[in-house]
Design a protein around this ligand. Structure first.
Ligand code: IPD
Length: 313
């Protein structure tokens, strides 16, 4: 199939007219759009001062978040007018992900990193059908890492030099031996008080604490500031587990299919639920491995005791 050019995306009439979706074509379009978004991010000059706050001082948005989403929405809805659109910056309060084919977009995942110049930032684009992701594209323009997946076709990492690696990076990933041997990703979110915050910080302490003192003594914890990239790092196999609650479908949708296609597993951040939804705000992702995936989930759930996160959808 011929690659899609930026010019054709800007000028071409809508090409989607039948209910049959060409996932390869949509994938190529999203990759193209992700590069256009990357150019906008790289040429922006964001700062803490020029960003706006949303619900508090750690929940921020920039003019670039909005401009990138406007460009993405205009481009994909012109080309695929029959596909719905759900984006972080343009969604209405309470808008739910539906069963119809939907583009799910986070124009800049890692906005705090973006305004501080910390180069772990990505545009995250997915197509969902029946509320499940079937195409995912996560692109970090500052590192040049492009993570992609199409349902049933595996997941790939394309580097800035053009090298393409099938995920996970190790063809034979090591077995998972338990939390004591794991590198864990978790994020802090912007809600910094209340029961969810207490559970988050209690768990961070428990995971890090020595076993002789009642903890799990994980190798360490990483907080990259982008849930989309965290999922891609688990897909790559460079992080064993990602435990996160409170973020939204647009933060996780693309990373979800990339992880699944790399042999990873997603359960709920709360104990007992092996079948979470992309908009359920509760995620526990484990890398691909020949053994130990479910045991690692059970071990983390056990660390939570009787406590659970509680979020409105
Ligand atoms: C945020 C990041 C962060 C997660 C937050 C998200 P944003 O997305 O994914 O890792 O902890 O919950 O809101 O706001 O930078 O698009």
């Amino acid at each position: 199939m011929a690659p899609i050019s930026l010019e054709s995306l800007a000028d071409s009439p809508p090409s989607y007219a039948s209910p049959k979706l060409d996932l390869h074509e949509i994938h190529d379009t999203l990759v193209c759009v992700a590069h256009m978004a990357g150019d906008m991010m790289r040429s922006a000059d964001p700062s803490v001062d020029s960003s706006d706050t949303k619900k508090n001082s750690s929940d921020r948005v920039t003019a670039t978040d909005k401009a990138v989403e406007d460009m993405i929405k205009a481009t994909v809805t012109r080309r695929y007018p029959d596909i719905d659109f759900l984006g972080e910056e343009t969604s209405k309060a309470g808008q739910r992900l539906g069963c119809r084919p939907t583009f799910v977009c986070d124009p800049i995942d890692g906005t705090l990193n973006f305004i501080h110049g910390f180069p772990n930032v990505a545009v995250s684009l997915a197509l969902t059908v029946n509320r499940k992701p079937v195409v995912g594209v996560v692109f970090n323009p500052f590192r040049g890492d492009l993570f992609t997946a199409i349902k049933g076709r595996g997941a790939l990492l394309t580097r800035s030099n053009g090298n393409v690696t099938r995920l996970p990076v190790r063809a034979m990933p090591e077995p998972l031996l338990g939390l004591n041997d794991a590198l864990v990703a978790l994020e802090w979110g912007s809600d910094r008080s209340g029961p969810n915050w207490e559970l988050r910080t209690k768990m961070a302490t428990k995971l890090l604490t020595a076993r002789c003192a009642g903890g799990a003594m994980v190798h360490s914890i990483r907080s990259s500031g982008s849930a989309a990239l965290d999922l891609c790092y688990v897909a790559a196999g460079s992080v064993d587990l990602f435990w996160e609650a409170g973020c939204w479908a647009w933060d996780v949708c693309a990373g979800w299919i990339i992880l699944e296609e790399a042999g990873g597993l997603i359960a709920s951040a709360n104990p007992g639920d092996w079948d979470p939804t992309v908009d359920g705000r509760l995620y526990l992702a484990v890398r691909g491995a020949a053994s130990g995936q479910r045991e690692l989930v059970e071990e983390l759930w056990k660390c939570m005791g009787n406590e659970k996160f509680s979020y409105s959808k």
